[in-house]
Design a protein around this ligand. Structure first.
Ligand SMILES: Nc1nc2c(c(CN[C@H]3C=C[C@H](O)[C@@H]3O)cn2[C@@H]2O[C@H](COP(=O)(O)O)[C@@H](O)[C@H]2O)c(=O)[nH]1
Length: 478
């Protein structure tokens, strides 16, 4: 090494002293979510939920043959009547923003009421319940020219609570479960996206957002008060060097399309809201002083909202990294809890967001991930129900009694964590069994097994064929 070259060890020591070396390490977001490891830990230590190995083998055989019969693949996602489709007037950016909005709110639709009285949504001449009711609300709002899937809209003055209550309005007397939490989650996500992934000149904020939704708080609403107040407080984004590349050319052209559709929306939203006040009996209520600043709305909404696209690009085509980025920056995606004294991660909505992108884009564009098989089953309340019906999950007598008597299980309760963790592990065992029985079935991953089990659960529910009861937990996590 010549005299005028710096000694690399000395440089490293200097970097460490200045805390620069550590900062780089801290910044690095892992591609490993740890969810499957934690699911196995929960399964190993569970006493109220077990996995029947014969049930798993039988389930593997029937799932694989059903997949073959249906030609089940990512293409199936686009066949859902309400899912947005590329080319159906949705640009790539529109699709990304729609799926983000959907999976931000994709939780807890179950009701204690009868099918007639439960929350349901009128759209396209049908009544939609459950997950479908959420997708129907988003599609209906877009048709009413309310840019509900544009994140910057969520923190616009024109996006008053009354507008959001109108978006999620029910066709019955029961409103959508946890509506206030859904509104708080939208506001919080809109602020985080604007601050950390907004226009490049506002820089990136790398440290994780302060948790507003820690499990203990979320159930008594404290976090909501917090989140609401956070809507009021707008600390200026910290000016930092933006490490992001500018969006690629095709995004610019699709952004231009989104731009014109958002600009059209903003224009028509102004007109529609005015019309709504004149014609709709359920006119969108506007709090005093929130009259539409149409120029303002148009100006702010004019640029396409690329914040979610920038978040996805930060993951460098890693599904695991994108899941970890969501958990790091968005408290409402940080689906973690404690079991037997250990912190465990389940990350259901963060994972289903990545899976929906992968399926919607058929593994291309913003759905292209090198490690999609790293994702696990999404620990909700539907797939555990199916696993129980297939004889895969077996419950202890007390848990069995609690579920069959429709008792509500508190979020964070050991039973809930065992149900969710063992479901994730059961789907992993089913996946391994399918591969053992059919070594050529390398395309079968936890995502497709999960999607199929959810779809079959809904088909059985619609046909009224007996499926076991599902566990009732009111939660923003799933
Ligand atoms: N594990 C898992 N959970 C899923 C889904 C979906 C819908 N995914 C679509 C995408 C591809 C599929 O083909 C589906 O068309 C919703 N859910 C969850 O279920 C609950 C709603 O239930 P219900 O009230 O009965 O609609 C709620 O927690 C919701 O988050 C899934 O796929 N997997």
């Amino acid at each position: 090494m010549s005299d005028d070259e710096a000694d690399p060890e000395l440089l490293e020591l200097l970097r460490e002293t200045l805390g620069l070396g550590k900062k780089k390490a801290q910044d690095e977001v892992s591609t490993d979510t740890g969810v499957l490891r934690d699911a196995e830990y929960i399964y190993t230590n569970a006493i109220d939920v077990s996995i029947d190995m014969y049930g798993s083998k039988g389930a593997a055989a029937s799932i694989y043959s059903t997949m073959q019969d249906r030609g089940y693949s990512t293409e199936t996602w686009g066949q859902h009547e309400l899912h947005p489709r590329l080319g159906d007037g949705f640009s790539d950016v529109d699709m990304v923003n729609f799926i983000f909005t959907m999976d931000l709110l994709n939780f807890s639709f179950w009701s204690e009421l009868s099918d007639e009285e439960r929350y349901q949504v009128d759209h396209r001449g049908k009544r939609w319940t459950g997950y479908n009711s959420l997708v129907a609300c988003l599609q209906r709002a877009l048709e009413e020219e309310i840019p509900i899937t544009t994140p910057k809209f969520w923190i616009e003055q024109s996006c008053a609570d009354g507008v959001l209550r109108h978006v999620f309005r029910s066709a019955t007397n029961e409103e959508i479960p946890l509506l206030d939490k859904r509104i708080a989650i939208l506001r919080e996500a809109g602020e985080i996206l604007g601050e950390s992934f907004g226009d490049p000149d506002c820089g990136l904020r790398d440290e994780p957002t302060v948790a507003k939704y820690d499990r203990g708080m979320v159930d008594n609403g404290d976090a909501i008060a917090d989140a609401d107040s956070s809507h009021a407080s707008t600390e200026p984004p910290q000016p930092q060097h933006s490490t992001l590349e500018e969006p690629t050319a095709d995004v610019t052209s699709t952004a231009a399309k989104a731009n014109s559709s958002v600009a059209r929306d903003a224009q028509q939203q102004t007109e529609a809201l005015t019309t709504a006040e004149e014609t709709h009996t359920d006119a969108i209520p506007q709090p005093a002083g929130a009259e539409l600043d149409s120029m303002g709305v148009r100006r702010k909404l004019l640029e396409p909202d690329l914040s979610v696209v920038r978040l996805i690009e930060k993951a460098d085509h890693s599904a695991g990294k994108l899941v970890n980025l969501l958990a790091k920056h968005f408290p409402s995606f940080r689906d973690e809890t404690r079991f037997d004294g250990k912190r465990v991660r389940l990350l259901k909505r963060a994972q289903i967001f990545v899976a929906d992108l992968w399926a919607a884009f058929n593994g291309t564009s913003y759905g292209a991930f090198d490690d999609i098989d790293h994702l696990t089953m999404f620990a909700d309340y539907r797939v555990p129900q199916m696993l129980r019906s297939l004889g895969v999950l077996v419950y202890s007598p007390p848990l069995n009694y609690a579920i069959n008597s429709l008792k509500e299980i508190p979020s964070g309760h050991s039973w809930e964590v065992q149900l969710r963790g063992c479901s994730i592990w059961a789907v992993e065992l089913i996946r391994r069994e399918i591969l053992r029985q059919h070594p050529e079935a390398t395309g079968v991953n936890a995502v497709l097994i999960d999607f199929l089990l959810y779809d079959i659960a809904k088909e059985r529910e619609a046909a009224g064929t007996g499926t076991a009861a599902f566990h009732r937990t009111r939660s923003i996590w799933y």
